[in-house]
Design a protein. Structure first.
Length: 351
C-alpha cells in the first residue's frame, strides 16, 4: 500500500531577507523556534516585559499569548509587528522580519566606535559617551545595544542602554548613556573596574518603542535610577521639536547621593513654555539628614502631585518593581493604551 499524498514537511520560520530559517511547531513561540535553531534573535526577558524581541510577521498565522499594546501600538500590531516571545505559531510556514537579521530591515544599524568619555554622575552611575564611525538615527526614548567584541566575556550578549540626549536632525555620531553599576553584572563590573576610555565597542540600534505618542495630553513621567536617560532624551526632543505639553516629572531614588541631572531638568523647566514640575522623592534618606524634599515611595505622592491624573499620559522608566507598583496604583484611572514604559531589566530581574 502506498499513499498518493506526499507527507507535508515540517513547518518553517524563515527570516526575511536572509537564508536563515528554523523549524517551528504549532504552539511554539517565534522566539523559541529562533533560539532553538541558534539564530541570533534579539531577546532579553522572554516574558514580554522588555520589548527587545520586537519583529514583523510578513506571512503566516500566529496568535498572541498576552496583550502587548504597552510595547507596540495597536496600529503597528495591525501591520504585523509583534513580540516574538509572545507570538505563537498556529501552524504553517511563517515569514518574519527580524532587526539585525533581515537585510530587508533598514531600521537597525550596526556601528563601530569607542568610549570617548566617562563621567561620574553618582557613586554608582556613569555617563558614558560613545564616538561612532557613522551617524545613528533614533527617537527620544529609544535604546541601543552595546557589545564589546574584543572582550571574550562580553562578546556574545549585548547590553541595552537608553540614549540620554535628544537626537540630532542628521543623526548622532556621539551618543551618551547613563549606566548604573549592577554588582555581579559582567558588563558593569568590567566597566567600573578601571578607566575604559578608548575601548572599542559595537552599537546596534535604534531599538524600543518607548517614545512620545503626541496625544496633546499632559504627561506624567516617572523614572527611577538610570531610567532618567530615556525620559531626558524624550523631553529634550519635545523641546527641540517645539512641543510643550504640561509635564510632571517624578524621580524616585534612595538617598541624596543617588540624585543627578538636577541642573539639566531645572534648565529644561525654565525653557518650557507650559507647566513643568520636577520632584525628587527619596525612599531611604536618613531622617537626620538635611533633606527638605519629599520622602517615601513615588506612589505615595502621585495623587497629591497630580490631582487630574486621568487626563495624563503616563511614561515610566526604571526598575520593574517601581513600574509595576505605579501601574497598580493608577489602576483604571489611565487606560492601558496611554501607559508607556521601559522596564530596566538586568540579569537578576530575569527568571
Amino acid at each position: 500500500m502506498f499513499s498518493l499524498f506526499k507527507k507535508k514537511s515540517k513547518d518553517t520560520m524563515t527570516i526575511d531577507g536572509s537564508e536563515l530559517s528554523a523549524p517551528i511547531k504549532e504552539g511554539q513561540t517565534l522566539l523559541s523556534a529562533g533560539i532553538n535553531a541558534k539564530l541570533k534573535f534579539p531577546n532579553m526577558c522572554n516574558v514580554g516585559e522588555c520589548g527587545t524581541c520586537r519583529c514583523k510577521v510578513l506571512k503566516g498565522d500566529i496568535k498572541l499569548k498576552r496583550d502587548i499594546t504597552h510595547h507596540i501600538p495597536i496600529e503597528d500590531i495591525r501591520k504585523g509587528y509583534v513580540l516574538a516571545c509572545q507570538s505563537i505559531s498556529k501552524g504553517g510556514d511563517i515569514l518574519v522580519q527580524v532587526p539585525g537579521l533581515s537585510s530587508t530591515d533598514d531600521s537597525i544599524s550596526t556601528l563601530l566606535g569607542n568610549i570617548e568619555k566617562i563621567t561620574e554622575l553618582t557613586h554608582d552611575t556613569y555617563g558614558v559617551t560613545l564616538s561612532l564611525d557613522k551617524p545613528i538615527r533614533y527617537v527620544g526614548g529609544q535604546y541601543g545595544q552595546v557589545l564589546v567584541s574584543n572582550v571574550e566575556a562580553l562578546a556574545e550578549h549585548p547590553r541595552n542602554y537608553s540614549f540620554a540626549a535628544s537626537p540630532e536632525k542628521d543623526g548622532n555620531t556621539t551618543v551618551e548613556f547613563f549606566i548604573r553599576h549592577v554588582p555581579g553584572g559582567l558588563f558593569t563590573d568590567w566597566l567600573f573596574a578601571e578607566d575604559r576610555t578608548g575601548q572599542k565597542i559595537e552599537l546596534s540600534g535604534p531599538h524600543g518603542d518607548f517614545y512620545y505618542r503626541n496625544e496633546n495630553s499632559p504627561i506624567l513621567c516617572i523614572a527611577g535610577g538610570s531610567g532618567l536617560a530615556p525620559v531626558k532624551s524624550l523631553l529634550e526632543q519635545l523641546k527641540q521639536d517645539g512641543l510643550s505639553p504640561n509635564v510632571t516629572l517624578l524621580f524616585g531614588a534612595r538617598e541624596q547621593k543617588d540624585l543627578y541631572c538636577q541642573r539639566e531638568f531645572e534648565a529644561l523647566a525654565k525653557q518650557w513654555s507650559s507647566d513643568f514640575n520636577f520632584h525628587e522623592i527619596l525612599s531611604e534618606e536618613p531622617t537626620t539628614s538635611d533633606w527638605q524634599g519629599l520622602r517615601g515611595f513615588v506612589t505615595q505622592h502621585i495623587d497629591d502631585l497630580v490631582p487630574n491624573l486621568s487626563e495624563h499620559d503616563l511614561y515610566l522608566c526604571g526598575p520593574p518593581i517601581m513600574i509595576d507598583s505605579v501601574i497598580s496604583h493608577v489602576g483604571e484611572q489611565i487606560p492601558t493604551q496611554r501607559i508607556h514604559f521601559d522596564k530596566f531589566l538586568d540579569q537578576s530581574s530575569i527568571k
